[in-house]
Design a protein around this ligand. Sequence first.
Ligand SMILES: NC(=O)c1ccc[n+]([C@@H]2O[C@H](COP(=O)([O-])OP(=O)(O)OC[C@H]3O[C@@H](n4cnc5c(N)ncnc54)[C@H](O)[C@@H]3O)[C@@H](O)[C@H]2O)c1
Length: 252
Amino acid sequence: MGLANKPVALVTGAAAGIGRATALAYAKAGCHLAISDVQADKLSAVAQEIAALGVEVLSDVHDVADESAVRQFHQRVGDKWGRLDYACNNAGIEGKQAETHEMDMETYDRVMTINVRGLFVCMQEQIKLMLPHGQGAIVNLASIAGLVGFPSMAPYCASKGAVVQITRSVAVEYAERNIRVNAICPGVIKTDMVDRVTKQDPETEAAYAAFHPMNRMGTVAEVADTIVFMSLPQSGFITGQALAVDGGMVAR
Ligand SMILES: NC(=O)c1ccc[n+]([C@@H]2O[C@H](COP(=O)([O-])OP(=O)(O)OC[C@H]3O[C@@H](n4cnc5c(N)ncnc54)[C@H](O)[C@@H]3O)[C@@H](O)[C@H]2O)c1
């Protein structure tokens, strides 16, 4: 994939999983990278991997729920490069699984604060950096859990449904100003998040794989490559979409 004149890409939650793979995919496509995460050591390792690819990298350790830290991070991006071309709002948590009548409200609040409010603040700052240049592409990590329901995950499903609707609303709002906004809705992708849920039990993993008509989990590379495509000019007429990357799960 060719990207001329080294655009600037930003990825939240870039220390692991889909975020790490996406940051590396943007770097391989020739972008400078701004990355953030709560895990300092892992983020620093990813920053080194990115720098080894010959692009500039700015990394910042903060929680996306920390509004002022998020705004300061984006300010640093503006100060360093004076622009932002692509942003992938990936940081998110699954929260505890419990039946709705037993779900604790701390889980509900934390999931909504990180997955929805945090993402919203990030988008506000990204749009401010994109508007002066009259272009930009934002890709938000929603989930198939934002398209269909899953038991014992109501707060997570609600948060990802909100990401889909924020994506559509903001896409329509800024379409004429050439800022595209899309959501990616992965199926089950083999990451730390999924390992925490399956406990890496082979029977549970097989059951998760069987959710998908392709009868396997997805890979972080399959999601990352889709995110980079949804950022590039090649997807220039696509905005406001919630694209399932799910081996056919929501098609059946
Ligand atoms: N893995 C899947 O099957 C799957 C499916 C659908 C959607 N998603 C979504 O994709 C995104 C990434 O998932 P993943 O599987 O790579 O997760 P992961 O837990 O493996 O990695 C998430 C990364 O985000 C960071 N992070 C978490 N909370 C943060 C916060 N408050 N502030 C900053 N960084 C934070 C973590 O430290 C970690 O590095 C999430 O939004 C998730 O909901 C994942």
